[in-house]
Design a protein around this ligand. Structure first.
Ligand SMILES: Cc1cc2nc3c(=O)[nH]c(=O)nc-3n(C[C@H](O)[C@H](O)[C@H](O)COP(=O)(O)O)c2cc1C
Length: 502
């Protein structure tokens, strides 16, 4: 990595992380209130582009949900070119509108993947060559009317190939989906903490996307190393507001894309304003700039970083109880609003842990460590545990009844206190930032979202409930110390039997 790169100044990721911690004090002293009259739209709506409707009759796939969630290498030989029908299923089951709920104050259109505050700040764009049913182009996916809109006509994959420093899967992908986050759509509620939410909310989308690709036998890989400005320019983003966060290569073809065009023109297509006015949180733009990669050379060096982190050992999940397809599971998934205080089985817990920790970064280590509070799991004493990726075993840190502590750590909400088990994700940020710079901070948050999203799917495959949760950062570290004393809290997911079965 170039020594003078912003990405190398890891004090910036630390500063962001420290400044956005929740504590009892930060919550009590906050004067923030939700300005409902100024709530941003949860959609990007282009006003002048013609919609290309996606087929609504895409059939479901037959593969078992747990197999799709835990797939590592789908073992496809030769070329695999996604069709429009494949793409439609992937977009719908990753970011489509799956249900509508009416409340006294209005309606919420819920999506396939969980998202903090149901604010849905992520957009998906497709960059593809000619696919069966869709011509080469750069497209925006609109979940509102379930349509694509053509932003650029022609094969622009060469821009992604160059921006990713010729990352193998991107170079040979017939299609790549780029995910972008729009700050204000989430910061309206979560303010400066939104950059953490970017990782989580993009990650749950990727968990669904990877599982759907596996079910369709399409090789897919999340790619986080790219020259930010080149990707943002291709999508013509107003980067003060919206930025590319991750991409996923899909399919495989032998041919390489055409060279990138010498110039990628400005488009400036008008879109509907998100709300009457927007509040700027400069911390978000700052951490994004600090974690940006500026040249293909920097991307290449970033990707090649040796790391001391340990890779997870693959443990095939126990598949019993998984009788649904991944599409059925995604349609019935929803965050549990209340848990029954009943136990889950040990087999269920291990199936969820093993299925979710597979297939995120093939061949590379996980950045997050998993710590658990077990409240009620058959044949496991209540207590605090560390999940050892390598052995696939739980190591007891302390025995005891910790429902009260779990409730406190999960921002004093009843959900983690009532759940059968709470899975806390913690990470040693120094060990991650040292090799990966500030971009490692994006990666650890995104990975948490993917892991959490996979856990949601695995839990629902087993007819259990789950919900993501926020937490008091330093109290989580203290609770799991001394084992976790060098680590920072990144994510929390509660598991158990839902009071209401969906
Ligand atoms: C990372 C993450 C954190 C969340 N935190 C909370 C929380 O603290 N309390 C809560 O009640 N729900 C929480 N949720 C659940 C969201 O509110 C829920 O995903 C959203 O309303 C969309 O609904 P759905 O998941 O049922 O589709 C969280 C979800 C995620 C992904």
């Amino acid at each position: 990595m170039p020594p003078n790169s912003a990405n190398r100044d890891t004090s910036r990721a630390w500063a962001y992380h420290e400044a956005t911690k929740h504590s009892e004090w930060s919550i009590q002293s906050s004067r923030h209130y939700l300005d409902w009259a100024n709530q941003p739209l949860p959609l990007k709506i282009y006003t002048t582009l013609t919609p290309i409707p996606l087929p609504r009759d895409a059939d479901q796939t037959g593969i078992s949900a747990l197999s799709a969630v835990s797939a590592t290498d789908i073992g496809v030989e030769g070329e695999r070119i996604p069709t429009l029908a494949d793409l439609t299923r992937i977009l719908y089951f990753s970011a489509g509108i799956t249900k509508k709920r009416t409340y006294p104050g209005g309606e919420i259109y819920f999506r396939a993947a969980s998202c903090t505050g149901a604010l849905y700040e992520f957009e998906l764009y497709v960059i593809c060559t000619d696919l069966p049913g869709l011509r080469a182009g750069v497209y925006h996916f609109g979940p509102g009317d379930f349509a694509l809109r053509l932003l650029r006509d022609g094969d622009y994959r060469g821009v992604l190939a160059a921006a990713s420093a010729r990352e193998e899967s991107i170079v040979h992908a017939p299609a790549t989906i780029v995910c972008t986050g729009t700050y204000w759509r989430n910061s309206w509620k979560y303010r400066a903490r939104t950059y953490r939410h970017f990782g989580w909310d993009n990650g749950t989308i990727l968990a669904n996307m990877l599982a759907m690709n596996a079910a369709l036998q399409i090789p897919a890989k999340p790619v986080l190393g790219f020259v930010d400005s080149e990707v943002n320019q291709l999508l013509d983003l107003d980067t003060e507001r919206e930025v590319a966060f991750s991409m996923v290569s899909m399919g495989r073809m032998n041919n390489e894309p055409p060279e990138r065009p010498p110039e990628v023109s400005k488009l400036s297509f008008p879109t509907v304003p998100l709300s009457q006015n927007e509040v700027d949180y400069p911390e978000l733009r700052e951490i994004h700039a600090a974690s940006s990669l500026v040249s293909a050379e920097e991307v290449y060096q970033w990707r090649m970083q040796p790391t001391a982190l340990q890779g997870p050992t693959p443990h095939p999940p126990a598949l019993s109880g998984s009788d649904s397809t991944i599409a059925q599971v995604i349609l019935r998934r929803g965050s549990t609003r209340k848990f029954k205080r009943t136990s889950i089985t040990q087999e269920q817990l291990f199936a969820i842990l093993k299925a979710s920790t597979q297939g995120i970064w093939p061949g590379l280590p996980l950045l997050n460590d998993l710590y658990l509070i077990i409240n009620s799991v058959d044949d496991i004493s209540p207590g605090a545990y560390f999940y050892n990726h390598e052995t696939g075993q739980l190591e007891c840190l302390k025995e005891g009844a910790f429902r009260h502590e779990a409730r406190h750590l999960g921002l004093q909400q009843d959900l983690p206190g009532d759940a059968a088990a709470d899975i806390f994700f913690l990470a040693n940020l120094d060990e991650i930032l040292e090799p990966f710079g500030n971009r490692g901070y994006r990666a650890v948050q995104l990975e948490a979202g993917i892991l959490g999203g996979k856990m949601y799917l695995a839990a629902y495959a087993l007819h259990l409930g789950a919900t993501g949760l926020t937490f008091f950062d330093d109290d989580v570290t203290s609770f799991f110390s001394p084992h976790a004393k060098e680590k920072s809290a990144i994510f929390l997911l509660a598991l158990g039997h839902a009071e209401k079965i969906r």
